[in-house]
Structures are given as structure tokens and as C-alpha cells.
Design a protein around this ligand. Structure first.
Ligand code: HEM
Length: 441
């Protein structure tokens, strides 16, 4: 067994500035120089193990997942603002919640959400119709669409547009603050003194009040509507048949909002970008839509059977995986593929870089949806993570992206303009650096 190569501290210190602004090319350079698994001092201080090797990634996320938990950024910092739910908990509590909530996201269950998702999308399509012919920034529009989809699927008609707009805005500002706190932990006393901690706590408590009101109204109903909140309210713990408490309902609802909109918005944005750059696929997609969907209502089963539609979504998430990096911490000494992982090591699986490995992907820089039609089994593909903490909303996310693409390309086409840029910014998710400007036709 051996240690992964360690990048000398002076080298990582030299690149601290570019690392903060553009971590992806910095990691690519390290991989070229040191191989797909290496150790580096993050910010010149904290030594971490970074890997783009799919076997090491699967070992940590899946095979020996019991030896790893999430880092404190999610379990402590995010939890302070959105509560202790699936994304932010660990250990026995997480396991209990996952078992409880997982069945609600099975394909059979989310089939019934097609109508709610479609209604949210169609409303936004009407707004887009009024902007036909213009060059638009699709980034804020995809954020709104993704948010209204999850809002509708969560609460059906039990949240007003005003409530949803307030939740969206608050989650946005809270996330900005959380990223700042994670990057500059030493600023904590300053935020305490200048009142920022109080201000953002206040924003978090305001959303709580709003969501709790909806939960309380809903709990009075004799029968729950067929939406995600209804599923959370109706579900019962296996051991004692009790429901979740009000606080747990609040936390899990918040978590679904946080986990379920920015990732999807980014994925949709990159999909539109790639299709605008590769219009030959749009023609074929339109034919596939005509052949399968026509004027009839959308159905889950039909959407699942559209090969090009699904190939486009999967390929876009290969090239621009919204969750581009994951994080885990080892509880005990471990080894993967001959590499030592000492107790306490923070491991960073690089989803983005695994998706561009020459060993696993032919011509990885080329947009080629066919690769997902020809082979289903992709060992180096992690858009939704892997193992027991894999995205619980993956089927839901696939469904909303399918419905969006079908409804969008039934009506519209896209063109790139001189302002279109594929330059990305990697924060927690991969987003377009300066918005996504495309012409709507
Ligand atoms: C394209 C869209 C999406 C992508 C790329 C994505 C990606 C991911 C990834 C990579 C993880 C695992 C993180 C880790 O292992 O550390 C995750 C977890 C999670 N996702 Fe998603 N996600 C998407 C959409 C959604 C949606 C729509 C929902 C909810 C409706 C959702 C809810 C969650 C939750 C609750 C978790 C935590 C699961 C757990 O730890 O048990 N995600 N997601």
C-alpha cells in the first residue's frame, strides 16, 4: 500500500488565488502532473485526498461507505439555516429518514407528479412565449422554472406565488452567505459583530414560519393531496408507525427545496447551451417528440422510452455535472486501489473530472448523446453521486428535465449569439459564469 502523491505545499500555495476562482482547471493540471488520485493542501493549509479515479470514488461512496461521513460544511453549516434533514444529517438519524422518505421518490410514486410538474412548466412557457425573438439570459429563467416545479410538486396549490417567491429569494441569499462562511471561517466574529449572523438567522426563521404555516394547514386536511408534502405527512416510521413531527416535516421540506432546484436549473441551462451549439440534435429530438408524444398528454412511461431525449439529458450532465465535487471524511484508516486513506482524511471525489477521463470516455470533449443510447452501463458516471447517499431526487429530476425539454422544443428553437459563453463557474454547483445568453426563436 502507498500514499497518494502529495503536491508540495508551496505549489498549492502559489495557486491559491486561481484555485478559489477556478478550481476545475487547477485540479485538471494536478491530475495531469500527479495522476488521478493525489493529496493537496487546500488553501495551503488543510491536507485532503482528491480523486477522479472511478474505482476509488466508488469505494468511498459505495463499497465502504460506512467508513465515511459527510463533511461539516453540510452537516453543520447548512443545517444551521435549513435544518437537520436528509442532505444535512448523518449516521443513524440519516438512515432512519432515508428509509422513511425513499419510497416516496420511487418511479411508481413520482409518476403521479407529472401533472403538477407540467403545469408549472407550461406557465413558464407562456412567459417565454412573450419573449420570442429576443436574446435572453436563460440562467435566471431556469432558476425560476426549477423553483416553481419543486414548489408545485411540494405544495400543489397550498402555497401562493408570493410565498414561493419569498422562499426562493430567501434560499438564494442564505446560500450566498453559507458559501461565504464556508470559504472564510475566520470571519465568524466579524459577522457576529456586524449583525450579519442575526440578519441571516432572521431570514431562515422567516422561511420556517412560512413553511410551518403551510404544513399546519395541510395537517388539518382529511386527505392529503398527491404531492411531495402529502407524501411526507402520510409516511410512517416502520418500527412504531408514527408520523414525522412538525419540525421534521419542516426540515425535510426545506431540504427538498434547497437540494432540488439549483442543481436542476444548472442542468437545464447547460442542456439548452449544448443543444443551441449542436442544432442537429434539436431536429432529431423534435422528430422523436412528434413520434412519441404528438398532441397527447405526457406520460411517465412514454418519456422513459424516448432514447434521444434521455441521451441528451445524461450527456449534458456528463459534460456539466451540476454537483461537480463531493466530500467525505474517513472515520477509520482505510485503503482503496492500493492507496492509504488514514483516519480523519477528507476525501474529495471529483465528479467533473471522472466524466472527462480518456480511459472511460471516447472523445470526452464532444457532445455525443448516442454514447448513452448505445451503452447503459457507465462506470465513470456520477451525476447523482453513488451508494446509499445517492441523490434521492434523481427520478424526479429526470422527469422534470424530460418534461421541460419536450414542452420547450415543441414550441421553440434556440440560437447561439456572439454573447453566448460556455464558460463555467464552479461553486457548490457548476453554473454559467456570466449567465446563459441565447436567442429564443
Ligand atoms: C439534475 C438535478 C440534480 C442533481 C445533479 C443532483 C445531484 C445530487 C448529488 C450528487 C447528491 C449526492 C451528494 C453526496 O453524495 O454528497 C444529491 C443528494 C440529494 N439530492 Fe439531488 N440532485 C438533483 C436534483 C434533486 C432533486 C430534484 C431533489 C429533490 C426533489 C434532490 C434531493 C436530494 C437530496 C434530499 C439529497 C440528499 C440525499 C441523502 O443524503 O440521503 N436532488 N443530489
Amino acid at each position: 500500500m502507498s500514499q497518494a502523491p502529495l503536491i508540495p505545499r508551496y505549489k498549492s500555495l502559489r495557486r491559491t488565488f486561481s484555485f478559489v476562482h477556478e478550481p476545475i482547471p487547477v485540479f485538471s493540471d494536478y491530475i495531469k502532473a500527479y495522476g488521478d488520485t493525489f493529496q493537496v493542501y487546500l488553501g495551503g493549509v488543510k491536507k485532503v485526498l482528491v480523486t477522479a479515479n472511478p474505482k476509488v470514488m466508488r469505494h468511498v461512496l459505495q463499497k465502504n461507505h460506512k467508513n465515511y461521513s459527510k463533511s461539516e460544511i453540510q452537516t453543520d453549516l447548512l443545517a444551521q439555516y435549513v435544518g437537520n434533514g436528509l442532505l444535512t444529517s448523518d449516521g443513524d438519524y440519516w438512515f432512519k429518514q432515508r428509509r422513511l422518505i425513499q419510497p416516496g421518490f420511487h418511479k411508481q410514486r413520482i409518476k403521479s407528479l407529472v401533472g403538477l410538474i407540467q403545469a408549472a412548466i407550461d406557465k413558464q412557457m407562456d412567459t417565454l412565449e412573450s419573449e420570442r425573438g429576443k436574446e435572453l439570459d436563460f440562467y435566471p429563467r431556469m432558476m425560476d422554472i426549477a423553483f416553481s416545479i419543486i414548489g408545485n410538486a411540494m405544495f400543489s396549490e397550498y402555497a401562493t406565488q408570493n410565498d414561493l417567491a419569498k422562499i426562493e429569494e430567501s434560499i438564494y441569499v442564505l446560500q450566498q452567505f453559507i458559501v461565504k462562511r464556508a470559504r472564510q471561517p475566520f470571519m465568524y466574529p466579524v459577522y457576529w459583530m456586524n449583525g450579519k449572523l442575526k440578519k441571516y438567522n432572521g431570514i431562515a426563521r422567516d422561511i420556517e414560519g412560512l413553511v410551518l404555516n403551510i404544513i399546519r394547514t395541510r395537517k388539518q386536511l382529511p386527505k392529503q393531496p398527491d404531492d411531495l408534502l402529502g407524501m411526507l405527512i402520510d409516511t410512517r416510521y416502520e418500527d412504531d408507525n408514527t408520523p414525522m413531527s412538525e419540525e421534521q416535516l419542516l426540515w425535510e421540506s426545506n431540504i427538498l427545496f434547497v437540494a432540488g432546484h439549483e442543481t436542476t436549473a444548472n442542468a437545464l441551462c447547460w442542456m439548452l447551451y449544448l443543444l443551441a451549439k449542436n442544432p442537429q440534435y434539436v431536429d432529431n429530438l423534435k422528430n422523436e417528440i412528434k413520434e412519441h408524444v404528438g398532441v397527447e398528454e405526457l406520460s411517465f412511461d412514454v418519456l422513459m422510452k424516448m432514447p434521444l431525449l434521455n441521451g441528451i439529458i445524461l450527456e449534458a450532465m456528463r459534460m456539466f455535472p451540476p454537483a461537480w465535487i463531493l466530500d467525505r471524511v474517513a472515520h477509520e484508516d482505510d485503503q482503496a486501489e492500493g492507496i492509504d486513506i488514514p483516519k480523519g482524511t477528507m476525501v474529495l471525489p471529483l465528479v467533473y473530472h471522472a466524466h472527462y477521463r480518456e480511459e472511460d470516455w471516447e472523445a470526452p470533449d464532444v457532445f455525443r448523446p448516442e454514447r448513452f443510447i448505445q451503452t447503459k452501463n457507465q462506470a465513470a458516471y456520477f451525476p447523482f453521486g453513488a451508494g446509499p447517499r445517492m441523490c434521492i431526487g434523481n427520478n424526479f429530476a429526470m422527469l422534470e428535465m424530460q418534461i421541460f425539454l419536450v414542452q420547450f422544443f415543441k414550441k421553440f428553437e434556440l440560437e447561439v449569439t456572439p454573447n453566448t459563453s460556455g464558460k463555467l463557474k464552479a461553486l457548490i454547483t457548476i453554473k454559467p459564469e456570466k449567465g446563459m445568453r441565447l436567442k429564443l426563436i
